[in-house]
Design a protein around this ligand. Structure first.
Ligand code: SF4
Ligand code: SF4
Length: 137
């Protein structure tokens, strides 16, 4: 029997690096004042993060990116899941997706799917690559 999908990031995407506040109101509201300040300082004139290399579609400061860019922090930022139930934040030791509970994978997959759809379309190559990457036999 096929297992439930397992979230993973794919190279050459970066859909979540489009920080335009008009498109990311929900994300902004979930941040604390310091994080919000950092976030807004990263918004470039085109709405993409100033640290995003739009040609190569990669983060130029990946190892030093803010905590709110790390998908393992999604549960802390968006506590209620789609059913209105809290998603338990993963403990620090569970930063690796292999250790995430299933609902954490579901949350991350929903976020990525929404952002990829919004940036690259629901039937584009990036979405197809993402769907393939998260599928488990
Ligand atoms: S939207 Fe998801 S798959 Fe795309 S770069 Fe961001 S975390 Fe990775
Ligand atoms: S810091 Fe890096 S990961 Fe975070 S939004 Fe900017 S480009 Fe994306």
């Amino acid at each position: 029997m096929a297992q439930s999908p397992q979230w993973q990031c794919i190279a050459g995407c970066g859909a979540c690096c489009r920080l335009d506040p008009a498109l990311r109101q929900e994300a902004l509201e979930a941040l604390d004042p310091q994080q919000r300040h950092t976030y807004l300082a990263m918004v470039g004139p085109d709405g993409w993060c100033i640290h995003f290399d739009t040609g190569a579609r990669r983060c130029r400061i990946y190892s030093e990116r803010p905590d709110f860019c790390q998908v393992s922090n999604l549960a802390r930022l968006f506590a209620p899941n789609g059913n209105g139930d809290p998603v338990a934040p993963p403990p620090p030791a569970a930063a690796s997706p292999q250790l995430w509970p299933a609902e954490m994978h579901d949350l991350a997959i929903r976020c990525c799917t929404d952002q990829i759809r919004s940036e690259y379309g629901g039937r584009g190559r990036v979405m197809r690559r993402f769907q393939r990457a998260i599928r488990r036999p």
